[in-house]
Design a protein around this ligand. Structure first.
Ligand code: GLC
Ligand code: CA
Length: 559
């Protein structure tokens, strides 16, 4: 514990120390294929991002995180990587990447790239080599190849299912089977293999040497697997404890040895490279291990993303996450939307889950997105209130492209235009897939792809996108975009020590707190307007009328 506390910066050094830039950063996630298309081929690209640097600057974010842009057959939206150290030619080149990084850096914006270490694609040279090599060969040992069961090995080694549906094992020509947690096009690496470990260090250095400031680590909890003994059945697996660090497939304690090695590489750089783990683990204390300063340093918390728009749920989550951050020496992360979940404007426009099991928004997407079940304006109103609350919290705020426009999920994408494997493979947990939050952004109210590019878009954009265009919102002082801009600019001015103090006014529908420096925040989750405390209103998510904050709104003040 002593090492951890010695790394915790003291209250006033966080913003001035170059190595702590990430602690309270606002990070904007770009899904490159759907952000901006510079050459009119319908696919967003790196030059498109470079062209939008002025937009990103005016938004006021501190960093961008780019989802994978590596060569890929797109079996899983680019999370099936053919080559970790190159750019997909449909998206650009390494030279374009350097240009983009230079432009972002010149605009004061850091660059975070996505590292996908659990699996490669089946087109990766090492997988191709493994297929061509005989059973038991060193090439096969970089992945998880095994003989099958049954008289002739005709049955898979176990009955496990893959995350997007279907079996987790696929048979190759000579009869062996390989393991894939996700699609068959995403074979899992064998992290016991020293060459695999070495190759990822090379990848980290490759991007860090190119000036990348940090890494988002995909399914960071899955890398290490224990397949030594007789494989348990799916049912046995489901019954196993996932929080002891000894589950055969997930969140094993040994995974942290890998990240300790990565940390040494990150610390070779000045400032040290940053990393954030995507780790959907069982408990906050398991998550804390990924956020350790001897490991990746930060981990996503998806607690708010899974919650209803509800004051008591929010309060409990905020309190708990801040406490966890204090214990690790990292900072908390807040996320409402990303490329894997139903957009939060839509989730908050639907009937709340109220403790029912399920992933928010998924049932609605599965039902084809019935418009009558969605409160379009209410969803945006609640999303704005929640976001303004989130942007006032200590820690890092992760924003997903399009949320600053108040975009809703696109639910009615025709089957023949869908791309997400979870749609085609009948995934249990993602329902109809994640394409609905990956539709290319509307930059203009008209044109062939609403200003995304000179021609069409690789996923169809609905007509109602016209009403959400960035260019229209720029000109409208009361738009969602301008709320984000003002809030992000103010956040920079106001942000200080990583603490908050709750105030209790006895109304359970209201969350109220003060940050150091007199930054006072009131979030009204109820529908009735409330009296505002004394002080100057700095910003609010909805108009303030006769000194009252309307229902479902957040305001920042200074006493
Ligand atoms: C992560 C990504 C998701 C991807 C999966 C497999 O959860 O966020 O998009 O499908 O990992 O790489
Ligand atoms: Ca393009």
């Amino acid at each position: 514990m002593s090492i951890i506390s010695s790394q915790t910066p003291d209250a006033d050094t966080w913003s001035t120390s170059a190595s702590n830039w990430w602690r309270q950063a606002a990070v904007y996630q770009i899904y490159p294929r759907s952000f901006a298309d510079s050459n009119g081929d319908g696919i967003g690209d790196l030059n498109g991002i470079t062209g939008k640097v002025p937009y990103l600057k005016s938004l006021g974010i501190d960093a961008v995180w780019l989802s994978p842009f590596y060569p890929s057959a797109l079996a899983d939206g680019g999370y099936d990587v053919d080559d970790y150290r190159d750019v997909d030619p449909r998206i650009g080149s390494l030279a374009d990447f350097d240009k983009m990084t230079a432009a972002l850096h010149a605009g004061g914006i850091k660059v975070i790239v996505d590292i996908v270490p659990n699996h490669s694609s089946n087109r990766h040279v090492w997988f191709q080599e493994a297929l061509a090599a005989p059973k038991g060969s060193p090439a096969r040992q970089r992945y998880h190849f095994r003989d099958g069961k049954g008289g002739k090995g005709e049955l898979p080694p176990s009955d496990w299912t893959a995350a997007f549906g279907g079996p987790a094992w696929t048979q190759v020509d000579d009869g062996q089977w390989y393991l894939h947690t996700f699609t068959p096009e995403q074979p899992d690496w064998n992290w016991d293999n020293p060459e695999v470990r070495e190759d990822f260090l090379k990848t980290l250095r490759f991007w860090a040497d190119r000036g990348v400031d940090g890494f988002r680590v995909d399914v960071a909890n899955l890398l290490v697997k224990d397949l030594r003994s007789e494989l348990p059945s799916r049912q046995e697996l489901d019954a196993m404890d996932r929080s002891s660090g000894t589950h055969p497939l997930m969140d094993r304690d040994e995974v942290h040895e890998i990240y300790a090695e990565w940390r040494k590489v990150f610390n070779e750089y000045d400032p040290p490279r940053f990393a954030v783990a995507e780790a959907w683990v069982e408990t906050a204390s398991r998550r804390a291990k990924y956020a350790s300063p001897e490991g990746l340093g930060q981990a996503f918390s998806f607690d708010l993303l899974m919650a209803d728009f509800n004051a008591s749920q929010f309060r409990a989550i905020i309190t708990d996450n801040l406490e966890q951050a204090r214990l690790t020496g990292s900072t908390t992360t807040w996320v409402f939307s990303n490329h894997d979940v139903t957009r939060h404007a839509t989730r908050y426009g639907l009937e709340p889950l109220n403790g029912r099991p399920g992933k928010p928004g998924v049932d609605w997407v599965k039902a084809g997105g019935p418009r009558q079940a969605l409160d379009v304006e209410g969803g945006i109103r609640r999303a704005k209130a929640a976001t303004l609350l989130m942007l006032a919290l200590p820690g890092s705020a992760y924003l997903y492209q399009g949320e600053e426009l108040g975009l809703h999920e696109v639910a009615d994408i025709p089957a023949d235009r869908r791309q997400d494997p979870s749609f085609f493979r009948g995934a249990e947990y993602d329902g109809l897939g994640r394409d609905g939050c990956r539709v290319p952004l509307p930059w203009e109210p008209s044109g062939p792809s609403f200003g995304f590019g000179a021609n069409g878009a690789h996923l169809p954009q609905p007509d109602w996108f016209a009403g959400y265009a960035a260019s229209t919102q720029e000109a409208d002082n009361a738009s969602t975009l301008n709320l984000y801009r003002k809030a992000l600019a103010l956040r920079h001015e106001l942000q200080g020590a990583e603490t908050l103090e709750w105030k209790d006014d006895g109304n359970e529908q209201v969350l109220e707190f003060v940050r150091p420096g007199g930054w006072h925040v009131v979030a009204n989750f109820g529908t009735a307007a409330i009296e505002l405390p004394e002080g100057k209103v700095l910003i609010s998510s909805a108009g303030i009328e006769s000194g009252k904050l309307p229902g479902e709104a957040t305001a920042w003040f200074r006493a």
